[in-house]
Design a protein around this ligand. Structure first.
Ligand code: BES
Ligand code: ZN
Length: 613
């Protein structure tokens, strides 16, 4: 295998030799061939004196021509053999220049297999009027959209001009600069964008479809197909409050606009922090704003992730651990305060335990700092960086003097590293320099185990359990009850619980031995959980039913994994069905039927979960 770069195990690029400083995209969207074609203009700076090559990442892309933008001369290029899932190394021979900066034009087209893009037919959309297209570049899919230095160690601003059929609205992770007619071609329009803040390539994003918007705040619109735009505007009405709360913790929001886009159900994640335009799954539309904490999470990435960025996927916890930690501060401030924060933290600890058990307690992917040499980051993705990262920050907060002290540190951390990409040691060095009066305390931390140890963290934080106790007590009562006498339970058991508490009640049961079918039937009769709209509750309930081998749950579980494609829901449910030989054939058959219209990434990961391929 060709050598990958020194600092980022998932990229071929060599930014220490020559680094990209600006990107301009000029592309035409063709729904009939499922191809984007046009060119990218890359400006780069030579970092090494005798630099002769600009090295880029490239995956399933056809390069037509590479030229020196200044002289118009052809440039030699060499595309290496493809290595799955990293793609190939594209080496461009630099033009002879006097200064340090070069400008290279690459004419290219993507392929229909482009792993960053999902193309939907009109029939696959809510409105069934127009086709749809959306991207998901994190972690290493940007290279299938555009030849680039696809490592988060490199940041650059970008501009774009996208030509698309006239009835399609195009949006990107940037500020809209308008949409214009094309002289002589009334079938298409050109959409212009500018992202002035330097960003890593995984934050490049594009969507095209029959989109509408509603204003939801002074700097925010929510976009979606018109079928759900009003519901979305209601669900995310708290966006501006979240932004203001986040600013009070972390400093000014520098990105100008903060819009939300509600994607079709196949969107594989809960949310994606594309700058200026967060992407979210429609499974957040619970009707009661109860799942908007995902928006608080993506808003928080505007600082931790998008301003201060992990410099390789190995240090992904810097993005997600800090974001999870600060997201919980934002939601706690907006809602029920410190008790709520600790309640969510406890939930996170359970998720971490679950993840460690699923991955295997000795597995490398349970480490906080990863080593992804030769590993597909999509395969390594888990809640570990989120929750182990959270647990470390919570532990440090307690150790170093509490929220006031630690919040000041986090703000200083952002101020110090904004617009940069860093690794875990730079974070740790800054922590030590900030708390130079508390070095003796910091030295009591078992850093080696926190960073590089497998399994659960070395310290279990003490969380306040006052909001969780009621959930656990109810769960324990169900576990302890005998099948023959379930008369002590009633529909009102849940009436004083918030939806996050119901979630917690189900989580608690998921950590106990499977429930009997008699109990599951009774629970459904009393609580009607199959009818609950909240996707987080619905998911946990189905999981519990499948685990308890209740055959009547197979059909609704299959429906749930087919109606939406959020990996957090789809993968555990498919795995759960696979475990049970009665559900297994139906699960496999269902997957095979769905596969052609599923999102690429989801389909290949579920295939692995089902031991196909
Ligand atoms: N950046 C992530 C999503 C992501 C991570 C996509 C890695 C691809 C590779 C996003 O911010 C995220 O964490 N989303 C979560 C929501 C959250 C509240 C934990 C999700 O999708 O569930
Ligand atoms: Zn995140």
């Amino acid at each position: 295998m060709a050598a990958l770069s020194e600092t980022d195990p998932c990229s071929f690029s060599q930014p220490k030799v020559c680094a990209v400083t600006n990107i301009h995209l000029a592309l035409t969207v063709d729904f009939s061939t499922r191809v984007l074609s046009g060119y990218v203009l890359i400006e780069a700076t030579k970092k090494a004196e005798h630099a002769t090559l600009l090295v880029l990442d490239c995956k399933d892309i056809t390069i037509h021509k590479v030229t020196d933008e200044r002289s118009g001369q052809d440039l030699k290029f060499c595309l290496g053999t493809a290595v799955d899932p990293f793609g190939s190394k594209l080496e461009i021979t630099l033009p002879p220049v006097t200064g340090k900066s070069v400008s290279v034009k690459i004419e290219y087209e993507t392929s229909p297999q482009c792993s960053a893009l999902q193309w939907l037919t009109p029939e696959q959309t809510a409105g069934k009027r127009q086709p749809y297209l959306f991207s998901q570049c994190q972690a290493i899919h940007a290279r299938s959209l555009v030849p680039c230095q696809d490592t988060p160690a490199v940041k650059s601003p970008y501009t774009a001009e996208i030509i698309a059929p006239k009835d399609i609205v195009i949006l990107m992770s940037a500020i809209r600069q308008g949409c214009e007619d094309i002289p002589g071609d009334c079938t298409k329009k050109v959409h212009k964008f500018e992202q002035k803040v330097p960003i890593p390539t995984y934050l490049i994003a594009i969507v095209g479809g029959d989109l509408e918007y509603r204003d939801i705040g002074p700097r925010s619109k929510v976009w979606s197909e018109k079928e759900m735009v009003d519901k979305a505007a209601y669900e995310f009405a708290e966006t501006e409050n979240m932004l203001k709360t986040a600013e009070s913790l972390m400093g000014p929001y520098v990105w100008g606009q903060y819009d939300l886009l509600v994607l079709p159900p196949s969107f594989p994640f809960g949310g994606m922090e594309n700058p200026c335009l967060t992407f979210v799954t429609p499974t957040l539309l619970a009707g009661d704003r109860s799942l908007a904490d995902v928006v608080a999470h993506e808003i928080t990435h505007s600082w931790t992730g998008n301003l201060v960025t992990n410099n390789s996927p190995d240090h992904f916890w810097l993005n997600e651990g800090h974001t999870t930690f600060l997201e919980r501060k934002v939601t706690a401030r907006l809602h029920s305060g410190e008790k709520f924060r600790q309640f969510m933290a406890l939930d996170g600890w359970k998720d971490l335990k679950d993840a460690v058990e699923t991955i295997g307690p000795k597995h490398d992917h349970t480490k906080l700092v990863l080593d992804l040499r030769g590993v597909d980051p999509d395969d390594a993705f888990s809640t570990v960086p989120y929750e182990k990262g959270f647990a470390l920050l919570f532990y440090l907060e307690t150790l170093l003097g509490g929220p006031d002290v630690f919040e000041k540190f986090l703000r200083a951390y952002i101020e110090n590293f904004k617009l940069q990409s860093i690794d875990s040691n730079q974070w740790k060095d800054f922590l030590f320099s900030y708390f130079k009066d508390k070095i003796s305390i910091l030295e009591t931390v078992d850093w080696n185990t926190w960073f590089y140890g497998v399994g659960m963290p070395p310290v279990k934080p003490q969380y306040d359990t006052s909001l969780a106790d009621i959930c656990h007590q109810l769960g324990d009562r169900w576990s302890a009850a005998s099948d023959g006498d379930l008369s002590a339970f009633s529909p009102t058991d849940l009436s004083n619980l918030s939806s996050v508490q119901v979630r917690q009640f189900l989580n608690h049961l998921l950590q106990q031995p499977p429930l009997s079918v008699a109990k599951l039937e009774k629970m459904e009769e009393l609580y009607q959980l199959m009818k609950v709209q909240n996707s987080e509750v619905h998911f946990r309930w189905l999981r519990l039913c499948i685990r308890g081998e209740w055959s009547q749950a197979i059909a609704p579980a299959l429906k749930f994994v087919s109606d939406q494609g959020r990996m957090k829901f789809v993968r555990p449910l498919y795995r759960e069905m696979y475990q049970w030989e009665v559900a297994r054939p139906a699960a496999v058959e269902n997957f095979k039927k769905q596969r052609p219209t599923m999102h690429n990434t989801t389909a290949s990961l579920v295939a692995k979960d089902l031991h196909l391929k």
